[in-house]
Design a binder for this molecule. Structure first.
Ligand SMILES: Cc1ncc(C[n+]2csc(CCOP(=O)(O)OP(=O)(O)O)c2C)c(N)n1
Ligand code: SF4
Ligand code: SF4
Length: 582
């Protein structure tokens, strides 16, 4: 295959390129940091492939499976917690295997830069008996993506390509290749393989055990499992991004770099271990490699020395193994700043009202999770996508209707389309009485403004039917469905109070676009210092554009202010006015 040119690419960009070069026909995804950009980069190849935002990761995995069964190369992209949502199909897809190559691209988040937990996808993949490849830089990200499809087809296994935040968002040099020729295969009807009922699944289980054993054997001679023999007093088994840290911290050590972390190349590992004096296993998060190596009776040091928490670094490895203090300057540290809603965010107005009414919110995942943070402090619970509505329902069933008169569930539009709608169906079906607020800002805000099934646009940029959320709620049986502008404070307060009194499910939709979707110079507010009495009412919702001055009066930073008018509505002295239309 003719090499063309070298370019600098982010890890996520390189994976998109790898998928293109591998001849992927279909990619389905649900956004989630740090995996989101893979799909956004894939769009540039839309003349050669189809890519979509699916409403959730389970759907994405099933779309990819359908494409694979039909005979095309396909992938599903998601973050680690999304792989839990996709776990139900993934476990059985593992039994089915593939026709066209099938890859689950899963991005983990050690260090919790943007996630609700720090789980290790390698554990989930092992439990589902799925092979896992783990690249260490952008160049490998592209090459391993292509290799994942080859392994998938050769061994009839769906393959997990596991990356972490550090790789997803780091740049490296990548050599571009021509896309391979059409990889499509014909569809072959095969009930024994594709219909997972007990009589078929039983023999398939035996087949996948056999295929994985063959893969484990082949892993011993795969180029991506590479021994770099040097000083044999220290040997390190590592993979992924920690490989980079090991090379920097221990340049003279012997290293076994694993490109495939499930199944492991036992013979290669045993041989490497026998040639070094002291063996370390360095892997972020869980001791996935370590536990298997130790189970083979090999002596090694791993989590006795290294934490299962967060990201590693070269300094940390140096300190742990050589007892050396960091020998180079620490990068300048930005002061710790608590996360906050943007100035002008419509969620702030809703939370201000809930706080005023003394209500608790069962929360969900999105920008609006920040309603848990002071000074708003309204959100009491946050678990996983869709859980707000179902946990409010559980509270009612545990403590009765009166208990949840002080509660609402809050959920974003994207999260509602993801899994929230199931929970709302459950509330209606099981005669609940709670109030659900869908904070519809017409986008998937938290992950960088992706479209979804209710926005009217696809990932490929085509116009689409925008599912009408109020109509959807009515269709599943919610009788009380009210739409309110998030900044209409009076109507919002009145509506919440009224709906809270009802003994049946109510849905209030606060439909106001995310302020970052507004283009051009925004209007802004100013304070008339003559009129400002320094009462601080306007400060209550915690907008970062307003600050209190030494004289007790407030000031608005017009470079931050978006002119949402929330503070002006709260000021009883009429001291805040909108001065400029955008
Ligand atoms: C299962 C799962 N998939 C993806 C994510 C990443 N994620 C966090 S919040 C969110 C959606 C936020 O959109 P929305 O509900 O519309 O709220 P907004 O951020 O716009 O306020 C996503 C996709 C996740 N946390 N869990
Ligand atoms: S991105 Fe949009 S929804 Fe998220 S905090 Fe900012 S304004 Fe609010
Ligand atoms: S109008 Fe007031 S609340 Fe809205 S962004 Fe400007 S300062 Fe903040």
């Amino acid at each position: 295959m003719a090499k063309t040119k070298k370019v600098i690419m982010l890890g996520n960009e390189a994976i998109a390129r790898g998928a293109f070069e591998a001849g992927v026909k279909v990619s389905a995804a649900y956004p989630g940091t740090p995996s989101t950009e893979i799909s956004e980069y894939l769009v540039q190849y839309k003349d050669s492939l189809y890519c979509e935002w699916s409403p959730n990761e389970k759907v994405a995995a099933e779309v990819a499976l359908g494409a694979s069964i039909a005979g095309s190369r396909a992938m599903a992209c998601m973050k680690h917690v999304g792989f839990n949502v996709a776990a139900d199909p993934a476990y059985s897809i593992s039994y089915i295997g593939v026709n066209g190559g099938l890859v689950f691209m899963v991005a983990d988040d050690p260090g919790l830069y943007s996630s609700q937990n720090e789980q290790d996808t390698r554990m989930v993949a092992r439990a589902a008996k799925l092979p896992v490849l783990e690249p260490s830089d952008s160049a490998e990200a592209k090459e391993y993506t292509k290799l994942a499809f080859e392994i998938s087809e050769k061994f009839d296994r769906p393959v997990v390509l596991r990356i972490t935040t550090r790789l997803a968002h780091s740049q490296g040099i990548v050599e571009l290749c021509e896309p391979c020729a059409n990889q499509d295969k014909p569809y072959v009807k095969n009930i024994g393989k594709n219909v997972m009922m007990p009589n078929n699944a039983k023999p398939r289980h035996a087949v996948i055990e056999q295929k994985n054993a063959e893969l484990a054997l082949a892993a011993n001679t795969m180029d991506i499992n590479r021994v770099e023999m040097a000083d044999t007093s220290i040997g390190v088994i590592t993979s992924g991004i920690p490989y980079q840290y090991v090379k920097e911290a221990l340049p003279n050590a012997s290293v076994l770099k694993l490109g495939m972390v499930n199944p492991l190349p036992k013979e290669l590992i045993c041989d490497f271990a026998s040639k070094v004096d002291r063996l370390y296993i360095i892997e972020e998060l869980d001791p996935v490699i370590e536990e298997q190596v130790k189970a083979w009776g090999i002596e090694a040091v791993g989590k006795e020395l290294f934490t299962v928490l967060g990201e590693y670094s070269a300094n940390m490895i140096k300190a742990a193994i050589l007892g050396e203090k960091a020998d180079f300057a620490q990068p300048a540290q930005a002061p710790g700043r608590p996360p906050i809603l943007c100035p002008g965010c419509p969620h702030r107005s809703v939370y201000h009202t809930l706080k005023k009414l003394g209500l608790h919110a069962a929360g969900d995942i999105g920008c609006y999770t920040l309603g848990a943070v002071a000074p708003l402090s309204v959100v009491d619970t946050t678990v996983c996508m869709g859980s707000s509505i179902s946990s409010l329902h559980g509270m009612e069933k545990a403590k009765g209707k009166d208990f949840i008169k002080n509660w609402v569930a809050v959920i974003g539009d994207s999260t509602f389309m993801h899994t929230g709608v199931n929970s709302l169906i459950n509330m209606v079906y099981n005669n609940a009485s709670g109030t659900v607020i869908i904070m519809d800002n017409s986008t998937t805000g938290m992950t960088g403004h992706q479209d979804h099934a209710a926005t009217g646009k696809t990932l490929m940029g085509d116009a689409a039917y925008a599912i009408d959320i109020p109509t959807l709620c009515r269709a599943i049986g919610v009788k009380n469905v009210i739409s309110v502008n998030a900044f209409d404070l009076e109507l919002l307060e009145k509506t919440i109070k009224e709906e809270q009194q009802k003994d049946e499910v109510s849905v209030i939709i606060t439909k106001t676009p995310c302020v970052l979707l507004t283009k051009g110079r925004k209007p802004f507010c100013v304070v008339d210092t003559e009129k400002c009495k320094g009462c601080g009412l306007c400060l209550k919702p915690g907008c970062p554009a307003i600050t209190k001055q030494a004289d007790g009066k407030v000031m608005i930073d017009d470079t931050m202010c978006t002119g949402c008018g929330l503070c002006a509505k709260l000021c009883k002295s009429g001291a805040i006015r909108l001065v400029k239309e955008g």
